[in-house]
Design a protein around this ligand. Structure first.
Ligand code: ADP
Ligand code: ADP
Ligand code: ZN
Length: 216
């Protein structure tokens, strides 16, 4: 099964992607994670993307299309993948269609997670991640069971993203509304779109997604 998770920054794409990857044996492909890794490693792509990401703007279509096109060829993607944060523009969506056709693969569903802008600012402000395994947490909505210890791996180091500040969040939301929202219409027309209410708690959102997938 090949899926796309669509939604604004902070909607819960990463959180749900990790749950679905585990329950369905899919590989999670997050362009945000890949770009952050490139920035940390100081690669050519990382150098090109760094400042754009810090401003909360979208990096160029060519860069992310290139990353995804290569990654989808890896053998671990053969049994199904979950795109988290890609595509984010119509040009990326069209390029993805071409890539999938070329590679003889198909898209099964696009899951849209709907959350109001006011809720997103609070989600992003409280977000932190286990530095060792990448598990996502929130100061209020998803604290580790034991303070300071990751539930998943027992790690005790956590990190916060540099772009998770109020000013950058506003540009990211603007980018979402201007450049990514048109994809809802694009996938709506293709009949692949499944929208879920992302304002509910993490488990309830997961349940809605599982129900939508069961109906495929
Ligand atoms: P995205 O990948 O869409 O940017 P995340 O999955 O990183 O979003 O979620 C953003 C923050 O909100 C994280 O701190 C996460 O723990 C928290 N979160 C995710 N889903 C929910 C939810 N349904 N209700 C409350 N908080 C949530
Ligand atoms: P979010 O949690 O806000 O959804 P991501 O981790 O998906 O954030 O992305 C972080 C940043 O990486 C974005 O603000 C953007 O600069 C860049 N980025 C990630 N995916 C894409 C993409 N598909 N197209 C362009 N830029 C992207
Ligand atoms: Zn961990």
């Amino acid at each position: 099964m090949n899926l796309i998770l669509l939604g604004p920054p902070g909607a819960g794409k990463g959180t749900q992607a990790r749950m679905l990857a585990e329950s369905h044996g899919l590989v999670q492909l997050s362009t945000g994670d890949m770009l952050r890794a490139a920035v940390a490693a100081g690669t050519e792509i990382g150098i090109q993307a760094k400042e754009t990401m810090e401003r909360g703007e979208l990096v160029s279509d060519d860069i992310v299309i290139g990353i995804i096109s290569e990654r989808i060829d890896d053998p671990d993607c053969a049994d199904g993948f979950l795109l988290d944060g890609f595509p984010r523009t119509l040009a990326q969506a069209e390029a993805l269609d071409e890539i999938l056709t070329q590679k003889n693969k198909k898209l099964d569903a696009v899951i849209e997670i709907r959350v109001d802008d006011e809720q997103l600012v609070g989600r992003i402000a409280g977000r932190f991640t286990c530095a060792k395994c990448g598990e996502g947490y929130h100061d209020t909505f998803r604290r580790p069971e034991r303070d300071g210890i990751c539930d998943k791996c027992g790690g005790s180091e956590f990190s916060r993203r540099k772009d998770d500040n109020e000013e950058t969040v506003r540009s990211r939301l603007q980018a979402y509304h201007a450049q990514t929202v048109p994809l809802i219409g694009y996938y709506g027309e293709s009949g692949k779109l499944k929208s879920v209410d992302g304002m509910l708690d993490i488990e309830s959102v997961n349940r809605q997604i599982e129900e939508a997938l069961a109906g495929l």
